[in-house]
Design a protein. Sequence first.
Length: 128
Amino acid sequence: MSEDAAKKIFARNLNYFLDLNQKRKADLAKHLGCSSGLVTEWCSGRKMPRVNTINEICLWLHIEMADLLTDTSKEQEDGYYLNEETKKIAQAIYDNPDMRSLFDMSSKMSPERLKAHLEFMKRLQDSE
């Protein structure tokens, strides 16, 4: 793979994960202590950060290095999700801030506490 192709893949993936995490280029620049212009160069595919910087970006975005360096364009064309129901649920969570909050909170709960909350929600739904 050429250096230019690697830069384009990195740029596409970085932009994707910034958007996915609702982060701006300025947020990344502030976190890394670098200029916004440098982050723009990365996001446009004109430059590529060093490996240690890529690692820091990954830690900040809670992703793996392969997520930024691997060409996933074919996977995205085919569809990220394996089934339609999962795709609809993921889109609903993405579109609704309240759903995102519920998902985020539930992912941090113990299994017992999550089960108790689910039972409460079912009782609440049944009473309506």
